[in-house]
Design a binder for this molecule. Sequence first.
Ligand code: ADP
Length: 399
Amino acid sequence: MTAVLVINSGSSSFKYQLIEMDAEATLARGLVERIGADESRIVHEVMGDDGTATSHEQITQIHDHTAGFQAMLDAFAEHGPSLTEHPPVAVGHRVVHGGARFFEPTVVTNLVTINIQDLSELAPLHNPANVEGITAAQEAFGDVPHVAVFDTAFHQTLPPEAYTYALDAATAERYRVRKYGFHGTSHKFVSEEAARFLGRDNASLNQIVLHLGNGASMTAVRGGRSVDTSMGLTPLEGLVMGTRTGDIDPAVVFHLHRRADMGVAELDELFNSKSGIYGLSGLKDMRDLTEQANTGNEKARAALDVYVHRLKQYLGGYVFQLGRVDTIVFTAGIGENSAQVRAETLAGLENFGIRVDAARNEQRSRGIRVISADDSAVTVLVVPTNEELEIARQTLSAI
Ligand code: ADP
């Protein structure tokens, strides 16, 4: 049995998952949150053979990530599975920003950690937290390799014309300003799963992947390689998201600075946390938004229209960039679960060979499924994403 432990670390929390790689089955997963607060919380879930999870929750005080890892080890010892029986052969870490430096899963050395820290100027909220998680995990699991898997890595195949902003070149180069793209682990995973499901060679497929969660991004994938993606220097660019603007005229920044005297911190919060469908409707959750939109709430309907309009805009752009599209793939919370968003996004595209089958689209299932009609030139799929499994696969491949 080969087990890999996957860590996704934030500034005051981390998630973990122990995956048995022969069957690619999750043995246990958990969350340590509110690290540094008076009442921290650890939730440890043990997966049974029948796929059900038994959850154990504890409220305690956890000062830092190192103490968090100790709490996780205690939870494994108390509730199982035994880490002596399933010792992880490696620990895989999700790292948000790999800049232009990291394009594949990378075994962590001191130099790698320094480089991840150095990239914090591009992801000030995420990379320092990722480094904290790596350092604490190295203390807890000193004998096994640790591997960094970057959210940006899959998009390192973007050609210059796709990643270059038409900004003064010297400024862009000096401050590393370009499109990097995110959600790469998910886009890679679902595009590969889609090819496998269709029994097609990924190298011969052109795909458009819509990762629609709280954060959302779209990627054009040619022959298994990302050739364009909607997120940019940061995850703010592109699609309308739960609380983020997505694309906006950059001059809105100058305008609000001059007219409303808003500073950088205020604008950052406004664009990242108070906008998107939440800013338009007061609702964050797509379930609430569609329900309200369908029952006469005009603000909710208008917000959903803006959301779908942007999706169509990017979809059309990627159809033209790719020239030929074989599959359109929906994934993540909204992509996997909202038949309405899928239907509205692809409505009226029959002339482009995209025809959704209404009954198939409405069907719910946990696995991969086709939702296009048999006579649709483009195959439309719903593919559940599994970023932890992809991190575990890449971790194993790196060692
Ligand atoms: P994150 O980006 O935080 O990982 P997820 O991929 O979990 O987010 O997606 C969260 C989004 O998925 C929320 O907006 C939620 O409303 C939406 N969602 C989850 N289930 C459904 C559903 N049944 N119908 C519509 N939207 C859903």
